[in-house]
Design a protein around this ligand. Structure first.
Ligand code: ZN
Length: 543
């Protein structure tokens, strides 16, 4: 290959000094990254930090260019090391990432004086000392780059070195072009983070007022609990569960052995709605529709506010880290437990973490209790939704696998289908455990389970994930358990139901009498009248 001459220069002497400082500075940046990140994210951060590394390895012979290189290394070194230090600190103190609802909420809610006191309390001097050492290394290397004045011969890059350099540069370009990737660059992440904190502060005033308004609206309804009301209702809201994947609903794979066992042992007390639909394919909208029960904005009623006004003590126990849900719904509860400290899809907090908190709440002596349990269910990425070793459908080549193959689905989709079903299998155990706990602790208890929306897993094509344009994006399970279910005709459960109306039935199970009850939308009422939601992609609501 012909030699490719680039304007980088190669310094000859004293090589050992240049090399050792460059290596030390690179090690400082790398060590900081390794402490704060792991897995794929670590690789992404290393690529984002590469330009600084390349500058260090090839100081330019012209002073102006070298000054620019020194500037790049200094700024990037500071940004990456400070970013890593803050992340390590938060991980150590809270086990949380800076973008988690918990940290954003805490920061938005804190004055500078409180920050100083907090830092002092957690021995910030040690952290600042470590940060200082790391930074000094980078500054030393930067000044060396700046002061190096010897004229240097041109460096000729050719052969495998040229190939390697081109690949590295291509990787750097890719990392900067990809939005989700470059988002992790400290120089982009932190300004965005500060904007999020200010936005949050601005929004809070409104949401605080909104919650007060919802509580006042609920009071005006004069809700009362009839003697038929239970002492405990556990409302389990899951995530991305397509009922078509539950053996309880006839899926050929044995994905829900536990729930099927409960169906046997609780004959007549566990109602399975065969044709249940969400009217939204995403979480925020689905929860909004469920909790507001389709009431118009001026007289808006929230299920939790109504339960509180009627005298229920309320809990919100969540394995989601979602600020919007926290502020709009969870904070209406008397007691809020947000257990997951990693926002987005990449956290691997398992749903079983909610069980001890649920059990503690069930033991609370309050005479009437409502617990909302918000699970991660089988939200992508599916392999993060079950313990590593619990993969009953990993590499399984059964009829389901074969039929996907016959339909021409790619190996990726077939493998994701297996992951999804393994996640459902684990989810089954968690959901059954919530029912067992409810049964054990309540004297007169009720239990409701549904998913916010469905999930597309290669049914209609190659798409896997949330899906607003196929029926499986809306196909959800809905289960009711309790005394109130006994004696209901089996026809009740063959009627189609929609989750934006479900709140009326939940309030009925709670024994709450209120003015806004719409019996035509309450599937437990004899005057229930099914009306299909406007979902063009669902051709048969009895499917
Ligand atoms: Zn969702």
């Amino acid at each position: 290959m012909k030699a490719f001459e680039i304007s980088l220069t190669h310094t000859m002497a004293p090589k050992w000094l240049r090399l050792s400082l460059a290596i030390l500075a690179l090690c400082a940046i790398m060590a900081a990254l390794v402490l704060a990140y792991d897995g794929k994210r670590l690789f992404q951060l290393v690529v984002l930090a590469l330009p600084a590394g390349l500058c260090l390895c090839w100081p330019h012979r012209h002073t102006g260019w070298r000054a620019l290189q020194a500037g790049i290394v200094g700024i990037m070194g500071f940004a990456f090391i400070a970013d890593a230090a803050v992340r390590c600190f938060l991980l150590d103190i809270y086990g949380a990432s800076p973008a988690s609802a918990m940290v954003l909420t805490a920061v938005a809610n804190t004055t500078p004086q409180e920050v100083t006191e907090f830092m002092a309390m957690y021995g910030a001097s040690v952290w600042l000392g470590v940060l200082g050492v790391f930074m000094s290394l980078v500054l030393l290397a930067t000044s060396l780059l700046w002061w190096w004045r010897q004229p240097q011969p041109h460096l000729k890059v050719h052969g495998w070195r040229l190939v390697a350099l081109s690949l590295l540069l291509a990787l750097v370009a890719l990392s900067l072009l990809s939005k989700p990737w470059r988002h992790h660059h400290p120089l982009l992440f932190w300004p965005g983070w500060m904007a999020d904190v200010s936005k949050l502060r601005a929004q809070w005033g409104d949401l605080g007022e909104q919650r007060q308004r919802l509580l006042a609206n609920a009071q005006k309804q004069n809700p009362i609990v009839t003697p038929a009301g239970p002492d405990t209702l556990v409302l389990v809201i899951s995530e991305s569960i397509n009922r078509g994947h539950l053996s309880l609903y006839g899926y050929p794979r044995d994905t829900t052995p536990q729930l099927m066992r409960r169906q046997q042992s609780e004959a007549g007390r566990l109602g399975v709605f065969r044709h249940a639909w969400s009217v939204d394919a995403s979480t925020i909208a689905a929860l909004r529709h469920f909790f507001y029960m389709g009431q118009d904005h001026s007289a808006q009623q929230h299920l939790l506010a109504l339960a509180r006004a009627a005298g229920y003590r309320t809990w919100w126990i969540s394995n989601h880290d979602d600020l919007a849900i926290d502020q709009e719904h969870a904070q209406l509860a008397d007691s809020v437990h947000m257990l997951n400290k990693t926002p987005g899809r990449s956290g691997r907090s398992l749903d079983e973490s909610t069980l001890p908190v649920l059990e503690a709440a069930l033991k609370d002596p309050a005479p009437r209790k409502l617990m909302v349990l918000h699970l991660l269910g089988s939200h992508p990425h599916y392999q993060l939704r079950h313990p590593d070793e619990r993969v009953p459908f990993h590499n399984v080549k059964d009829d389901i696998y074969q039929s996907l193959k016959d339909q021409g689905r790619s190996p990726r989709v077939r493998s994701l289908r297996n992951d999804y079903d393994s996640a459902i299998h684990y989810h089954d155990a968690v959901v059954a455990a919530t029912l067992d706990l409810t049964r054990q602790h309540g004297k007169k208890s009720a239990w409701v389970y549904f998913s916010d929306h469905g999930q597309e897993v290669g049914h209609a094509g190659e798409h896997v994930g949330h899906s607003a344009w196929t029926a499986d994006g809306y196909r959800v399970p809905v289960l009711f358990w309790g005394d109130a279910i006994e004696g209901l005709s089996s026809r009740t459960f063959l009627q189609p139901v929609r989750t934006d109306w479900l709140g009326h039935s939940v309030l009925r199970l709670l024994g709450i009498d209120w003015l806004g009850h719409v019996p035509q939308q309450d599937v437990l009422d004899p005057s229930y009248q099914w009306k299909p939601p406007a979902l063009g992609m669902v051709t048969d609501f009895n499917s």
